[in-house]
Design a protein around this ligand. Structure first.
Ligand code: G4P
Length: 293
């Protein structure tokens, strides 16, 4: 998938990363658990592996967000994979709110069970459970906060001892959410991760020219979701088509022709990426869990 990717477009700078780490570390001291949000279509590429180290001492739940856009079988495979690593994960759709009502009960019954029992034993059941959200840009952190907080984002008091004013949003079940999610930088050691994040629109698609990006996406779809692709664009796929052939076929089917009868590949590329991102192309997952040894 490597194709002259312009990493400058998406680079986070070391100073920025250090500042983020410090801010997250300071906020972690204030909460009982972390809600890590990743994209169900790209569960590997949309997560920053540093989160494991940063949150090692905190109970954590993982939300596979945008599950409405992901292949539901693949999401099930991911949830089981994470479970085997003792990671509690839930599939959610922060746009419609699907699955979100399971978050607080699941947290309390799993990763926070010990804390809940301890509080019960010591007569501290009135103490609120405090949470913070962590995730890379565009993964759905704000949507999740809005969903959890509903219309009434009642602010509670600021906590002392921190430089920036932190607001807590009261949720139901005696839970409070830090109204300032931790924004982690995406992981780019591997350029295929950048390409997948560009497919989903999580990062700028300027990392590559739009036609190359669409051709890469079409090649992946033709290999992994041939039926979905064929149905959407009424294509007859025989297998082995190149990205350019696929893009031209889409342009032709959609009547995207410029003067001289040439296919307008740029328009076709924009259409493919837009339709993929909005879910019109079907529910697609871009990566599966690595095979365990
Ligand atoms: P962030 O705070 O982590 O940066 O992400 P944010 O909530 O702003 O979400 C980024 C985009 O993803 C938004 O779309 C949002 O609506 C969309 N989104 C979040 N969760 C889901 C989900 O579960 N399913 C789907 N399909 N989309 C989701 P946008 O185009 O930037 O804005 P808009 O469409 O809300 O206007």
């Amino acid at each position: 998938m490597e194709n002259n990717i312009d990493m400058k477009v998406i680079q986070w700078f070391p100073g920025h990363m250090a500042k983020t780490r410090r801010a997250i570390a300071a906020n972690l001291k204030l909460v009982d658990a972390v809600v890590e949000i990743i994209d169900a279509r790209t569960p590997l590429s949309s997560r920053n592996p540093e989160i494991d180290r940063m949150t090692a001492s905190k109970p954590r739940i993982v939300l596979l967000n945008k599950c409405d856009l992901a292949d539901s079988n693949a999401t099930g495979v991911w949830i089981n994979y994470l479970k085997k690593d003792n990671v509690t994960a839930l599939a959610v759709d922060c746009k419609s709110g699907k699955g979100i009502n399971k978050l607080l009960p699941t947290l309390k019954a799993t990763v926070l069970k010990e804390l809940m029992e301890k509080r019960e034993r010591s007569g501290m059941t009135g103490a609120p459970v405090r949470l913070m959200i962590l995730g890379i840009p565009n993964v759905g952190k704000s949507s999740l906060i809005n969903r959890l907080a509903g219309g009434k984002r009642a602010k509670v008091e600021d906590r002392p001892g921190v430089t920036r004013v932190k607001q807590w949003v009261k949720l139901r079940d005696n839970t409070e959410l830090l109204d300032m999610p931790g924004v982690l930088w995406p992981k780019f050691e591997d350029q295929t991760a950048a390409v997948k994040l560009a497919f989903t629109g999580a990062i700028s698609d300027d990392i590559l020219d739009i036609e190359t990006l669409a051709m890469m996406l079409l090649t992946y779809l033709a290999e992994s979701y041939p039926q979905t692709l064929a149905e959407r664009y009424k294509l007859e796929l025989s297998g082995g088509e190149s990205g350019l052939e696929l893009l031209e076929a889409v342009g032709k089917k959609r009547g995207m022709i410029i003067s001289g009868g040439e296919i307008n590949c740029e328009r076709a590329a924009i259409t493919v990426l837009d339709e993929f991102r909005s879910g019109k192309l079907g529910r697609v997952t871009l990566e599966m869990p690595p095979v365990r040894e």
